[in-house]
Design a protein around this ligand. Structure first.
Ligand SMILES: [Zn+2]
Length: 380
């Protein structure tokens, strides 16, 4: 049995308080193949924590049969800070309330941190270069300046992910269908995972502009390969994905057990767990550019009433929702139609139906890049 549990106490907690991160380790510590899976970095995205519980059960069963071949680390709650953020009884886990912003933004730029020190050290062998780069990444993360609980949390999580071949960051959207965020280097390699999860969208971006957790570990590789073209560097050395496990209200043991089995089969496909997985299900979507995914925003404050359901195909100009202004009644200002700006599939909606001007109302997965989708491609 290889399963062990490690507990890390966060530094920088206020007097009288203490936060703990729990890491479950499976498989040989020095195995070449490594996977890192964490749940609910956005602490209010609860489906991820339930999926992690089911995945731990599967891994414990595999471990009992000596079937774990690679090193697998699972963090079943990645954000103990966010788990305690209740305001007037409402759990708010997306932003660090003391002032650190969105938990899934501004992760360290490992490319920037290690590029200069790699000069003159890379050689002609891709695998040797990969190991050298991973060591440099680990060292860079270890030497990050850490003052606050949030900085320590980020350091601990990044240290686990930076030398993994497979990084799965488990999230969910507001009210949504299953989808994945990937970098283009990992498509079509992610096809089986997307099929197994029954994804309804796979959104590709080489840099979504937000410094998200998944991109912190995948994007340095193609950037380093471009910076050092005279040395072989695998562009796809870290398959890192954000898995959006539907919406916040989709917390259900049956769904979570199925999702965990899909993640488990990916670990099998990659040789981290023994046993040939059953064939992947049929893929339900094509991968599309994140620039082609419309983020529909509210033009004003008001009450949302959707006319389209999740998964419905819409055409440009179709009314997807009405926005009702409760300060008017019986005049043209009382109701506005919200129209799609692209042809596509309605992937997400808003769970809570009272919105402010500028709030995101929906994501519509189109195929044609939209001119306004530049810079930060993610919602805040
Ligand atoms: Zn999230």
């Amino acid at each position: 049995m290889s399963h062990s549990i490690e507990r890390q106490i966060l530094k920088g907690s206020p007097p009288g308080t203490q936060r703990e991160l729990v890491l479950h380790r499976f498989g040989p510590a020095e195995a070449d193949a490594r996977a890192y899976i964490q749940a609910s970095l956005h602490a209010d995205e609860v489906p991820a924590m339930l999926v992690a519980q089911h995945l731990l059960e599967l891994l414990k069963a595999a471990d009992a049969q000596a079937a774990i071949k690679g090193r697998i680390t699972v963090v079943p709650y990645a954000n103990p800070l966010g788990l305690s953020q209740f305001v007037n009884g409402v759990h708010l886990g997306r932003y660090n309330l003391p002032g650190g912003g969105n938990y899934n933004r501004l992760w360290p730029d490992l490319y920037d941190l290690i590029r200069d020190e790699l000069r003159g050290r890379l050689g002609p062998d891709a695998n040797t270069n990969k190991q050298l780069i991973r060591q440099a990444m680990k060292q860079a993360v270890t030497t990050l300046q850490v003052h606050s609980e949030l900085e320590h949390l980020k350091q601990l999580l990044a240290r686990e992910a930076c030398d993994a071949d497979l990084v799965l960051d488990l999230h969910c959207d507001d009210d949504a269908l299953m989808h994945l965020y990937l970098t283009p280097e990992h498509w079509p390699a992610g096809t089986d995972l997307a099929a197994d999860l029954e994804c309804r969208a796979v959104l590709l971006a080489s840099d979504s502009g937000g410094g998200s957790f998944d991109e912190a570990f995948s994007t340095p590789w193609p950037r380093l390969a471009d910076a050092f073209p005279e040395h072989p560097i695998p562009r796809d050395a870290c398959f890192s994905a954000t898995v959006e496990l539907r919406g916040q209200a989709d917390v259900d043991d049956t769904l979570a057990a199925e999702d965990a089995r899909a993640l488990y089969r990916e670990l099998q496909r990659r040789g981290l767990v023994a046993g040939l997985p059953s064939p992947a299900k049929a893929l339900q979507c094509e991968a599309t550019a994140l620039e082609a995914c419309e983020l529909a925003k509210s033009p004003a404050s008001g009450i949302l009433s959707y006319r389209k359901n999740l998964g419905e195909r819409v055409a440009k100009g179709d009314v997807i929702a009405d926005l009702v202004d409760p300060s008017h009644y019986g005049d043209t200002a009382s109701r506005q139609e919200i129209r799609a700006s692209t042809d596509g599939v309605l992937l997400t909606r808003r769970l809570h139906k009272y919105v402010r001007a500028g709030d995101n109302l929906a994501k519509i997965v189109g195929t044609e890049p939209l001119p306004e989708r530049t810079g930060l491609l993610l919602e805040d």
